[in-house]
Design a protein around this ligand. Sequence first.
Ligand code: SF4
Ligand code: SF4
Length: 205
Amino acid sequence: MICRGGDERSTALVSRVASYGECQGRLDHAEETAVGVPGSGLARGLAIVLRTMTRRAVTGQYPDVPPALPPRSRGVIALLEENCTVCMLCARECPDWCIYIDSHKETLQVPGAARPRQRNVLDRFAIDFALCMYCGICIEACPFDALFWSPEFEYAEYDIRDLTHERERLREWMWTVPTPPAHDLAGEPAKEVLAAAPPATGATT
Ligand code: SF4
Ligand code: SF4
């Protein structure tokens, strides 16, 4: 007795699996069940193998061929220590708590000033890239342009502890930070430029 409904379901299953190109073994079995021609699955599989062999490979050939990444790729974070005021904003905003900052206060005697001034001195600045999720919040939050993205990504380590980059290593990444794009000549001048510009002649107060 031939069950038509069952045949249609099997054929539909065969065409669906074939369209995804997966589970070749299951496809062969289903085909043989539906069509009843022994060896047709094997022939079909060989045809797929031959077709794939003649196709151009799309696999990236890294490390023999470096990938062509956009210049603003998020590879690693660089620190420009001279700009850092130890305000701690980046460490506070980091969702992963993977920025470690230590500092101490120094008292400065300023000539002519009524009282000595205090300033923060950086003792430690480190980022644990084993925890970092490359969200970029720290870079956005830094009000003093001390953190930058570098597209460098080749810093895999055998020991996970070596993925914590101390400030010397973060400083070294600065050499790999791409230069910022030029200002748009037709755009608004920066507010710092406007603030530094001399007042216009004849301006009323
Ligand atoms: S990129 Fe995100 S997760 Fe990584 S250090 Fe910055 S704020 Fe933290
Ligand atoms: S937010 Fe910027 S200036 Fe403040 S501690 Fe972080 S890197 Fe330094």
